[in-house]
Structures are given as C-alpha cells and as structure tokens.
Design a protein around this ligand. Structure first.
Ligand SMILES: [Zn+2]
Length: 239
C-alpha cells in the first residue's frame, strides 16, 4: 500500500493499517514534524519535532507492529517519481494536503489502474471517496470527474491558514483506512461512485452520488493518457 502524507489524515490511517497487519506500507512525505501540528498528526511526538515525518512515523508504526515492512521516503511526489512510487502497489491512500498533489496522484492512478482512496478536510468539514476509474473506465469516476478544475488559490486555504478541528482528520483518515482495507481484501462495497461528506458541527454524514464524466480529460473510456502536466501551475491559475 502507498500512503501519501504522514500528516493529519495519514497519521490515523497509518496507525490502523499497521495495526491491521498490512504487509508492506510505503510512506512518502517531504515535511518535518512541527509542534503546531501535533493536535492532529498523532503519529508524531514532542521528541521527534524537527525530524522527517516519515522517520518519526516509521519509528512509531514499527513499535506498534514490527512485522509490517515500512518503506519511509522523505521526498516530494513529482511527475518524475510518481510511477516508481506506485510500482507494485495495490491501493493508494491520499493523505495529501494540496491540490497539485491530488491531481497528480489521480492522473497517475488512472494511468496505472490503481484504486485511490481520497480524503480531505477543512475547518469543520471533511469528505472521502474512492476513485477507481483506472480499473473501471466509464463506470467509476476519478478525482477530475468530481473537480475538473482546481479552485482559485484564495478559495483553497491550507489547514495552516484556515485551521482544522484536530479530531476531524482523525475521523476522515479512519474512513480512508476502512476503504483501503476493504479494497485490499476485495470485500464490501467501496465508496467508488459516492462522495461521503461529514459535518463535524452538526454531526451529520451526507452522501452524494458521483457519476463518471464521459468527457473527463483523463478517464473517459478510450481516451489515451494525456500525459502529466505542470500541476502547480494548473492549480495556481485556478484552471
Ligand atoms: Zn475522470
């Protein structure tokens, strides 16, 4: 399994995936542990502040379950390395916190036919889904079927800017771990084709049906892969 991000979503997801005995966890994040994030990034502790998040994560996960093989990669995901990162992986869990990375991961997962477990949080609201367009063209949507264009930067504040209730990524990250384990085992009904939204203030879950876009630039049936783009530029221009 590939887990992108050892932050607010990746922390709870990684804990439960390791506890469940996932055989091989590849963990990538280029950030370091910061005290201001510890209210939600529960993989990390005071003593690891300033060290690479993936190293801090590996230490904690290995202490929990030493039989899980953990590959800690302190790098940034780019168009150049994304395919190598996906190599041999059954399921991808997206714990990223920015739009360029979400689009890049989506495009790579469609191209290489890997299921992508999506989660996102902002302030008091979270959402989760499974994008499985690579394996089920025209039947399951991808991230771009949902959001063809990224929001303008002023409407897409980061967690650091907008703030987030600490337990919220915990809830969404566990929904992601749940979907990832189901996909690995081939059991149950995944969130593919459904967007699950959660409002922490009203404590309500809402589900939206998510059809595949027949004109999606990446996953439309029969459409050849358009190639990776400059995602930072794509997102900073708001499309
Ligand atoms: Zn699509």
């Amino acid at each position: 399994m590939l887990l992108v991000g050892a932050g607010g979503l990746g922390s709870p997801a990684a804990f439960y995936l390791a506890a469940a005995g996932i055989g091989h966890l590849r963990l990538i994040d280029d950030d370091v542990v910061d005290r201001s994030n510890l209210q939600r990034q529960i993989l990390h502790v005071e003593a690891t502040i300033g060290t690479a998040k993936v190293d801090s994560a590996k230490e904690r996960l290995a202490a929990l379950n030493p039989r899980v093989r953990i590959e800690a990669i302190p790098e940034r995901v780019t168009s150049a390395n994304v395919e190598a990162l996906l190599d041999g992986v059954d399921v991808v869990v997206d714990g990223s916190d920015n739009f360029p990375l979400r689009y890049l991961l989506n495009d790579a997962c469609v191209k290489l036919a890997k299921p992508l477990v999506y989660g996102a949080v902002q302030r008091f609201e979270g959402q989760a889904s499974v994008f499985d367009a690579g394996r089920h063209r025209g039947q399951c949507p991808c991230y771009r079927c949902l959001f063809p264009e990224p929001p303008p930067p002023q409407f897409a504040p980061s967690c650091a800017e907008a703030g987030v209730l600490g337990v919220l990524p915990g809830i969404v990250g566990l929904l992601q771990a749940n979907e990832a384990i189901k996909l690995l085992l081939g059991i149950g009904q995944s969130l593919a084709g459904r967007l699950l939204q959660f409002d922490a203030l009203s404590m309500r879950f809402r589900e939206i049906r998510l059809p595949a876009d027949p004109d999606c630039p990446v996953c439309a049936p029969g459409r050849p892969f358009p190639g990776y783009i400059d995602y930072a530029r794509f997102c900073s221009s708001g499309g």
